[in-house]
Design a protein around this ligand. Structure first.
Ligand code: SF4
Ligand code: MG
Length: 283
């Protein structure tokens, strides 16, 4: 049985020292080992951005895709080979700006994959511009007088889009983050996990200290019922989207691949579908 070290490779991440993305990488590796996967049973598909490099740093199948397009690739992969555990990963710019259309539709489609967003509330790779997650008044090179737009609440969007699994965590809380990714991998449907993953180089406002001071952990609300959608929306709004933990889970809804007809349950890969070059050209 694979252990944590089997999910490590010899590629040294080129993230800045202290970047929150290191913890997300470690949490995915730990979660994969904890749920009993072998490296060849895991695929990590990522978008563009600093966080998009994550697919290269995990010993598993990996694909560093196109900006905002990790989800279409990940969904296609899952439909073609349903025996794979598929994780899509990227940043807040990738998933909530250029990729937002895919995010909303993947959520409501409920394909059995896990989507992890490394939310640093800025564009890091391009050296610090305002992102859809930046707060009003946030000053960057692209908004030198402060952003006049409101920050998007991905948790509210996910709930409104019909998500069956919504969680949020923080890079500093590796134990919680690992446990939530494990739960996400086990969830029979689309699991959305937003992670506060500080950009230590360009975001001098939303720092580790800022998150520690402002996060509201659900552990503080022991009677919280994660199956109650109204309670979930209330908690998200009460905490201004700074709640962490398992916020909502609906175990009753079937996943997309369980409902789709016309394919054998094991997916395309096991159907041994072969196509000739001539047939391909006619498509
Ligand atoms: Fe991480 Fe920011 Fe450095 Fe990118 S620029 S690697 S997000 S700390
Ligand atoms: Mg970002």
């Amino acid at each position: 049985m694979a252990t944590l070290k089997d999910f490590r490779n010899n590629i040294k991440p080129n993230w800045c020292p202290g970047c929150g993305d290191f913890s997300v990488q470690a949490a995915i590796q730990r979660a994969a080992a904890n749920v009993g996967l072998e490296p060849e049973q895991l695929a990590v598909v990522s978008g563009i951005g600093c966080s998009g490099r994550i697919s290269g740093y995990i010993n598993a199948y990996g694909l560093h895709g196109v900006h905002g397009r990790s989800l279409p690739i990940a969904q296609g992969l899952k439909m073609a080979n349903r025996e794979l555990t598929v994780v899509a990963a990227g940043g807040d710019g990738d998933g909530f700006a250029i990729g937002m259309g895919h995010t909303v539709h993947a959520i409501r489609r409920n394909i059995n994959i896990t989507y992890i967003v490394m939310d640093n509330q800025i564009y890091g790779l391009t050296k610090g511009q305002t992102s859809p997650r930046s707060a009003e008044g946030f000053k960057t090179k692209s908004t030198p007088s402060g952003s006049i737009e409101s920050a998007l609440s991905p948790l509210e969007v996910a709930l409104a889009a019909g998500a069956t699994f919504i969680a949020q965590s923080f890079s500093s809380n590796l134990k919680q983050l690992t446990a939530l990714i494990e739960e996400g991998m086990k969830h029979e449907g689309f699991s959305f996990i937003n992670v506060f993953s500080p950009c230590v180089t360009f975001n001098k406002v939303n720092t580790y200290e800022w998150f520690k001071d402002n996060i509201v952990d659900l552990e503080e609300t022991p009677d919280y019922d994660a199956s109650n959608r109204v309670a979930a929306m209330t908690k998200i709004m009460e905490t201004k989207s700074l709640v962490t933990g398992l916020i909502y889970q609906d175990k009753s809804k079937k996943s997309y691949e369980d409902m789709v007809t016309g394919f054998k349950p094991e997916g395309l890969a096991k159907q041994n579908i072969q196509i000739t070059e001539q047939e391909f050209e006619k498509l």
